[in-house]
Design a protein around this ligand. Structure first.
Ligand SMILES: [Fe+2]
Length: 302
């Protein structure tokens, strides 16, 4: 699972725990990664995940992801040391990776991003749960997110999300902003010369979804449009029913620099869309069959 908003209540988000659930040692919730404490078994889980994902991603991950990965000290042998990652990242885009014990409260999360610190879970999933995660672990956060943070556009975009997060929270529209993050940073697809590619960390770090998102006939693949995405619920318990496709990473650069306030104003008064809905106004690249989700829940309406 990824950092996500609880769509039902719109109150507590799953960037985090509700403040008060757990008492952090430091006010910014960071901890030491404790790299020397990883066990042989934990490094082995990393290796398994790294190797199977590395085989899958050529021809699927976007060029910027591949480029970022190439220039980082991330390899199959061991869980990366955040200090080494931060050294390289800092030189490239001014970002660093900080360790956190798991989910953190929203305002803490936004504060980190606004200051170009990416909070990464320091723990790794267990060998028997390679494809199931309740909280983002070091593989999701490092393998999925950090390569894209080497890219200047994504670097600016995620910082802008942090800056916009607190504002959106105060305006009572955090659910709208969180959907934008979800359908870009976590589950975004991008058009490249040779086809649609992955840039979202939730897909890039998932063995099953990196195939489903690109190749499966079930999900919709729709051209990204800001207001439309702000109004669209997402799945937190399964693959996405719709993926939104940007034409170029530079499309995110313009999003990093505009004020979302007029968009919030517009969409606040309008109804939300269900994850699988396709609109007449959508720029549909692929109209999904919906089969995956239908087969799991035959009684449900699309
Ligand atoms: Fe994530």
């Amino acid at each position: 699972m990824q950092r996500q908003l609880n769509e039902q209540s719109g109150e507590q988000t799953k960037h985090g725990l509700a403040a008060g659930d757990v008492q952090p040692e430091r006010p910014d919730w960071t901890i030491d990664q404790g790299w020397a404490n990883y066990t042989v078994e934990e490094h082995a889980v990393w290796r398994t995940l790294f190797q199977r994902q590395s085989k899958l991603l050529p021809g699927r991950a976007c060029d910027e992801f591949v480029e970022g990965m190439k220039n980082l000290p991330i390899g199959p042998d061991q869980i990366p040391d955040f200090r080494s990652l931060s050294e390289v990242l800092m030189k490239a885009t001014g970002w660093q990776v900080v360790a956190v014990p798991g989910l953190v409260p929203d305002d803490v999360f936004f504060e980190h991003l606004a200051n170009r610190r990416f909070p990464a879970g320091h723990f790794i999933r267990k060998p028997h749960e390679l494809d199931y995660l309740e909280e983002p672990d070091v593989f999701h956060d490092v393998f999925g997110h950090v390569p894209m943070l080497m890219n200047p556009v994504i670097a600016d975009y995620i910082q802008a999300y942090g800056q916009g997060g607190l504002r959106a929270k105060n305006l009572g529209v955090l659910d709208k902003l969180a959907r934008v993050y979800w359908y870009t940073v976590e589950f975004g697809l991008v058009r490249q010369a040779d086809g649609i590619r992955i840039y979202g960390a939730g897909i890039a770090s998932s063995f099953t979804e990196s195939v489903f998102a690109l190749d499966d006939p079930s999900p919709n693949r729709i051209g990204f449009e800001l207001d439309r995405v702000m109004r669209t619920h997402y799945r937190i318990d399964d693959f996405q029913e719709s993926y939104f496709v940007i034409n170029d990473l530079d499309e995110l650069l313009s999003l990093a620099h505009i004020d979302f306030a007029p968009n919030y104003e517009r969409v606040k008064a309008l109804p939300d869309y269900q994850p699988g809905t396709v609109l007449a106004t959508d720029r549909v690249l692929h109209r999904g069959t919906g089969r995956h989700h239908h087969d799991k829940n035959p009684g449900a309406h699309a």
